[in-house]
Structures are given as structure tokens and as C-alpha cells.
Design a protein around this ligand. Structure first.
Ligand code: SF4
Length: 409
């Protein structure tokens, strides 16, 4: 029997472990089977890489694993000693530390560790750190590092921005063909974009199940369930997985199963997860009968604009429309809509010390949204991976006080 603070896991999760293990095993076995490996940033042109036959590896996913397993905090100083500041992205520093020490959570799956890249492909839509991260490995292995430079703080996603980014994506084709040793088949690219589009629609359906009151899943479930959407978009395995999960969520809704027993408050999580503290935070919110029903983070893998009939422009639009590269006004509008759709009572902002790019409390957004929505907010200080920057006691006290405040409004 589960206690009131224990997360109710999904049956599907067992299947997900198999899907992820298959993905990592294919990456490991790729070179022996003549497959090339491309590293790709989380919102990079993964479809193009898959269409060219690459096995695609996403180091941010590895960064999250280093955080969730709490290996990161011990590994970060190794990267710091090589000149990477403790103030920059702790995915980068923990991943570089992992490489330098030769230790990875993948070894717990009896795999040797992250695959070596034949090419590294970035998109700076999210931050500059991803390019610096990839360039470190490009120098280590003497392999090409190429990518897309997307503007930041975008208001309207204009045609001129789309044309520019689409041209940059098309410009990657020739150098990637040289590494892949094969020509791009435009039909294959359309097929992969179509698979990505299907994956995105299913992932959206997963997250939108939380519109239901009570919600059948929380942000903490989302951070676990998003694995296939991150590493397997454009692959049929992700689609099959999410079909099953959507069915399970619909069943939960039909049976009135709440992720949080006696759900009393519904809040929005803005910013990065604290990967090493997911289970403690999930339990705390369950005790407080508060469901974290939506987040910017999990929704960042919804790419509504993907269109197999117009692959380059639609990829450019999808990847230039994500929250992180938008203007303050666009971000405010987005959260206003989310607050309305999910019926939220308050917003929690995670100010992640090493990721200013995904910490949206720093330019008055909380104050503007409070004035507009008349909902309370809380800022917690912490980090995605570096637990030396996170105070468990302080955070717990602040969250408890915040929920008391919600009860009074
Ligand atoms: S967006 Fe933040 S967490 Fe992600 S790679 Fe960039 S700096 Fe790191």
C-alpha cells in the first residue's frame, strides 16, 4: 500500500525503462555496426540527423541523469579545475566532470558510458553553453562541431527569422553528409519529421491530461516520462510508448485517480527541475495536497509547428518558438495562457544559479504575472544539478509557507 507522500507510478514506466535501455544499447553498439553517432542539443535539428542515418545522442539527458543520481555534485569540481567556472551550466560541468573521471550513470545499466561523437550539432536557441560544451568534445576528439545560431529574446517569430534559421539548418546538410558518408534522402527527412510530429502530439496529450481536476499526473511524473520525447523524437519507439501512456492516463481520469490524494491546490513550476531532489519535493507537495500540474520545462518538448511537407521551415519555426528563446512579453503571455488552461492557484519559480537562461524570475516576470493574474508566487533558489546551491530546509519552509498562503487566498 502506498503512503500519502509516495508518488503513484505508471504501469507504463516499466516499459519506458526497456525503451530507454534499447536506445542506449543501440548507441553503444552503433560503431561496431557501422553506424555514426551525432551529438545533438535538446532542441537541435535531430530530425535531420536521424534522416541521415546517425544514432543521435543528447548530452543534456545525460546531464539530467547525473543530477538525478546525485553524481553531479562530486563531478562538477573536476570540470572547474579544468577552467570551467562553477557559475556556468551545471549540466556542462557535471558532464565534463563525468568524462574526465570516466564515471557515468549509464554504467549502472552495464553500458560503458556516453558514446563518442563523430559530429556534434548544436542550436543556440537555448543558450551559448551548449556550443561551448560541444566545442570541448570537438577539441578532445578532433571531430566537427557545427550548428545553428538562433536569435534570442524573440518577440514575434517573423518570416525573416524563420528564413534565416531554415537556411542555417539546410546549410548543415552538406557537412553532415560528408560525416555520414551518405546523401540525404528528402523523403526520409519528411518521414522523420512526421514521426517527430506524432511524438509531439502524444507528449502534448500526456501533459494536457493534467488539465483534469484532480490531475492524474504531476510535473514530477512529467520529468520522468519525458525521456522518450527528448531522446527518441523522430523514432517510432517514442510514439508507441506514449500511446500506451495516454491510454493509462485516460483510464486514471475515468477512474478518478488523482496523482495527489485530496488535491487542494494546483501550481505551476517555472524553471528547471532540481534533479537530485525530485522525489523529496514530490513527497512534500503530496503531503501538502498540492499538485504541480504544469511546467514550462516539460512543455518545452512540444513542437506544434513541425510539418513533414515543409521540413526545413517548420523545424526552424518549431525550434525558434520555444519558450526559452522568446521575449519577456511572449513568456508572460505563454504563462498567462497556461495558468488559465490548467486552473492554477500559484506559480513557483526556480532560480537555478547556473542556468540564467531557464530562470525566469530575474526580470520582473513574477511581479507582472501576479499583477495580471492575481495569483501568489514563490521563488526558490537552487540549481538543476549542483546541490551545493540548494538548501533543502529553506526550500521546505518556503514551500510550506507558500501553500499556507494559497489556502488563505
Ligand atoms: S539551457 Fe541552462 S541547463 Fe540547459 S544547457 Fe543551457 S545553461 Fe545548461
Amino acid at each position: 500500500m502506498s503512503s500519502a507522500s509516495e508518488r503513484k507510478d505508471f504501469e507504463s514506466t516499466k516499459k519506458m525503462k526497456g525503451v530507454m535501455f534499447k536506445y542506449f544499447t543501440e548507441l553503444e553498439n552503433g560503431p561496431a555496426q557501422g553506424k555514426k553517432t551525432a551529438w545533438c542539443t535538446s532542441v537541435g535539428p535531430a530530425e535531420l540527423l536521424r534522416a541521415l542515418g546517425f544514432n543521435v545522442y543528447f548530452p543534456e539527458n545525460h546531464g539530467a541523469m547525473l543530477g538525478a543520481t546525485r553524481m553531479a555534485t562530486d563531478l562538477i569540481p573536476l570540470a572547474n579545475a579544468r577552467g570551467f567556472s562553477p557559475d556556468i551550466c551545471s549540466y556542462l560541468t557535471s558532464d565534463v566532470g563525468s568524462y574526465l573521471k570516466g564515471e557515468s550513470p549509464l554504467q549502472k545499466m552495464k553500458l560503458s558510458g556516453p558514446p563518442k561523437a563523430d559530429v556534434l550539432v548544436f542550436n543556440t536557441n537555448q543558450c551559448r553553453d551548449v556550443k561551448d560544451w560541444f566545442q570541448f568534445y570537438a577539441r578532445e576528439w578532433d571531430v566537427p562541431c557545427i550548428g545553428v545560431h538562433t536569435p534570442r529574446s524573440i518577440g514575434d517569430v517573423s518570416d525573416s527569422i524563420i528564413d534565416d534559421v531554415a537556411r542555417q539548418i539546410e546549410g548543415l546538410v552538406e557537412p553532415l553528409e560528408q560525416v555520414a558518408g551518405e546523401k540525404l534522402d528528402p523523403k526520409k527527412l519528411r518521414e522523420v519529421v512526421d514521426l517527430s510530429r506524432q511524438c509531439t502530439e502524444l507528449w502534448k496529450a500526456v501533459l494536457q491530461a493534467a488539465v483534469n481536476v484532480p490531475s492524474p499526473l504531476t510535473f514530477f511524473d512529467g520529468t520522468i516520462q519525458m525521456g522518450p520525447a527528448v531522446v527518441l523524437r523522430g523514432h517510432v519507439d517514442a510514439i508507441e510508448y506514449y500511446r500506451g501512456l495516454v491510454d493509462e492516463l485516460q483510464q486514471r481520469i475515468a477512474d478518478g485517480v488523482a496523482a495527489v490524494e485530496d488535491e487542494t491546490h494546483r501550481i505551476y513550476w517555472e524553471g528547471m527541475p532540481v534533479w537530485g531532489k525530485l522525489s523529496g519535493l514530490s513527497g512534500l507537495f503530496m503531503q501538502l495536497k498540492t499538485s504541480v500540474v504544469a511546467s514550462t520545462y516539460c512543455n518545452s518538448w512540444i513542437f506544434d509547428d513541425l510539418d513533414p511537407d515543409d521540413p526545413y521551415k517548420s523545424m526552424a519555426r518549431a525550434y525558434s518558438s520555444i519558450f526559452i528563446c522568446r521575449s519577456e512579453d511572449a513568456k508572460q503571455k505563454y504563462i498567462e495562457e497556461m495558468a488559465e488552461r490548467y486552473g492554477i492557484d500559484g506559480i513557483l519559480y526556480h532560480d537555478a544559479k547556473t542556468c540564467p537562461n531557464n530562470s525566469n524570475n530575474r526580470y520582473q516576470l513574477p511581479q507582472r504575472l501576479q499583477a495580471k493574474l492575481d495569483k501568489p508566487y514563490l521563488v526558490i533558489n537552487g540549481d538543476l544539478n549542483d546541490l551545493r546551491l540548494y538548501s533543502e530546509e529553506q526550500t521546505k519552509t518556503n514551500i510550506e509557507a507558500f501553500v499556507e498562503q494559497l489556502a488563505e487566498t
